[in-house]
Design a protein around this ligand. Structure first.
Ligand SMILES: NC(=O)C1=CN([C@@H]2O[C@H](COP(=O)(O)OP(=O)(O)OC[C@H]3O[C@@H](n4cnc5c(N)ncnc54)[C@H](O)[C@@H]3O)[C@@H](O)[C@H]2O)[C@H](O)CC1
Ligand SMILES: [K+]
Length: 490
């Protein structure tokens, strides 16, 4: 069965909003599907819907509104807290609407000793658990903890919304959790519900459609960006990533663009290792760059000892930009590949992939269509679906993540595929690929290769779109670098 993790669902949710499908619409569909599932299963009875103060509670309120249209159900609602403390506008609105419906009772309970809580639980036939969903963090606090205990002691039929309300401690053990008879989750199965431990609590899991747009899942959006690991407030220098850029020799601008893009993406330390003929030029581009001078006019075997030392001092190597494709250059790149746990391989360095020992490395490659055809020794398909298939097969075979650049970028780790459509025709100017490699490298320091590559493609394109607004077809790669922080702030 196709399943996703909660984090992916949250990203899809936010991507829906970006496309114009609002959270309140999804909530309506979620609540409506719960009401329908209950009516499929029960011919009538006394139902108690217990809502927390988040959107999980909002779903419960929508379900209550739908259910009270059916006289065979007697509908009671408990809000754990008072209406003013409801956290989201959507949940607030749906709770307020209940006053205009034919519910049996609406109760705001603020004290775990309130007898109404236990009385209503014990006098109901069916309990709907909308206490906590995917927004839960840390240990369960009061009142939620008491409500969960009372539900579990009641022996009533329990339907959990999205996930049984509960928590997992540091040892990955459940501390307190609703024991449901049925869990109704949305859109797709969640991997977290499918673990041996959780399946003791979920009961039967039903998956209900809530009308998610297909593009919110297949195309990268703001939701994916929000799932990026960013630095914590108390992080030390270097914790957000130390990036080593190996490039230049044939050209000088390319590695500088990569380095500046990595810095703008949030990397802490960026070092450029460049051949002697260009090292000084690269350093002169910006005082923000640290440049290490290599031995000759092109990357060569003699550089290996220095690069090996530098590799140990950095988290990610990004290499290829402007290196040139001489035989010794490629040979040297090949021996650098096993030196680092995290790698971005671009441009000329892609030729070294063949016969390279990638070891246990996490590798992202960023070819354009011609480069992809070259390393596969095969023409790249024009048809998007065929192209997606090629990227998947190649990534799986080589055990790496491919970010194939194009009008629609394709990103795959061999299992999953994500597409990116940010960017514009103005970005065919030189240097935009170097910028992308730098963004990817910076993100790879603190994220999985798939997430780093996908978000890098989005950020690069979106920054390009902002730059296009100001500069039209006159946009330069450096304009894109200037817009990276605007996109990331979004
Ligand atoms: N696409 C979808 O799947 C949709 C999901 N919906 C539902 O939304 C919830 C997630 O909503 P969210 O508001 O992010 O979080 P919660 O409802 O889980 O609750 C947050 C709420 O709970 C309080 N809280 C957090 N941790 C604790 C704790 N340890 N103890 C006590 N209380 C806690 C916190 O104060 C917050 O106020 C998802 O599960 C779905 O049910 C959408 O409605 C439709 C689309
Ligand atoms: K729940």
């Amino acid at each position: 069965m196709d399943s996703i993790i909660w984090e992916e669902m949250k990203a899809i949710d936010a991507n829906c909003a970006q496309l114009g499908l609002l959270p309140i619409q999804l909530m309506e569909n979620a609540g409506c599907s719960i009401s329908r599932a209950i009516r499929d299963h029960f011919s009538g009875g006394k139902i108690l819907l217990i809502a927390g103060r988040g959107n999980n509670g909002g779903d419960a309120c929508v379900a209550a509104r739908h259910l009270c249209q059916f006289p065979q159900f007697q509908v009671n609602v408990i809000l754990l807290g008072n209406a003013a403390s409801i956290r989201t506008e959507e949940a607030k609105r749906n709770f307020a609407l209940l006053r205009h419906c034919q519910t049996n009772s609406i109760n705001e309970i603020t004290d775990s000793g309130d007898v109404k809580l236990s009385d209503l639980i014990n006098s109901s036939d069916i309990i709907v658990d909308g206490i906590l969903g995917t927004g839960m963090t840390g240990k369960i606090r009061e009142l939620e903890a008491s409500a969960i205990d009372l539900i579990n002691l009641s022996g009533k039929y329990v339907i959990s919304i999205d996930v049984p309300s509960g928590t997992i401690d540091a040892n990955n053990e459940l501390v307190k959790c609703v024991k449901a008879d049925t869990t109704i989750t949305f859109h797709k199965m969640k991997k977290e519900l499918n673990t041996p431990m959780m399946s003791c609590y979920t009961g039967e899991v039903r998956i209900e459609d809530i009308g998610v747009c297909a593009h919110a899942e297949s195309f990268i959006g703001i939701g994916n960006l929000r799932s990026l690991n960013t630095r914590s407030h108390d992080s030390h220098k270097g914790q957000a990533g130390r990036i080593l850029i190996i490039g230049g020799g044939a050209y000088s601008g390319a590695p500088a663009l990569t380095a500046l893009a990595a810095l703008r993406t949030g990397a802490d330390i960026v070092t450029v290792a460049a051949p002697s003929n260009v090292a000084g030029i690269i350093a002169s581009f910006s005082p923000d760059l640290i440049v290490r001078c290599l031995s000759d006019q092109r990357l060569c075997i003699e550089d290996i000892p220095l690069i090996s030392r530098l590799a140990h001092q950095h988290d990610v190597i990004v290499m290829g930009m402007g290196l040139g494709n001489g035989e010794e250059v490629i040979e040297t790149v090949r021996s650098i590949i096993p030196m680092c746990k995290k790698l971005v391989i671009d441009a000329d360095a892609l030729s070294a992939l063949e016969n390279a020992d990638s070891g246990a490395s996490e590798i992202v490659i960023t070819p354009h269509v011609r480069e992809f055809a070259r390393i596969r020794k095969m023409e790249t398909a024009v048809d998007l679906n065929k192209r997606i298939e090629e990227v998947m097969i190649f990534s799986k075979e080589k055990k790496l993540v491919t970010l194939l650049k194009g009008v629609v970028d394709i990103i795959s780790d061999g299992r999953k595929v994500l597409l990116n459509r940010t960017g514009n025709a103005g970005m065919s100017v030189g240097g935009t690929g170097d910028v992308l490699a730098g963004i990817t490298g910076a993100l790879l320091a603190t994220n999985t290769p798939m997430k780093a590559a996908a978000c890098a493609a989005y950020i690069n394109g979106a920054a390009g779109d902002l730059a296009f607004k100001e500069n039209g077809y006159g946009l330069l790669a450096t304009d894109i670098i200037d817009k990276i922080t605007d996109v990331m702030r979004e």
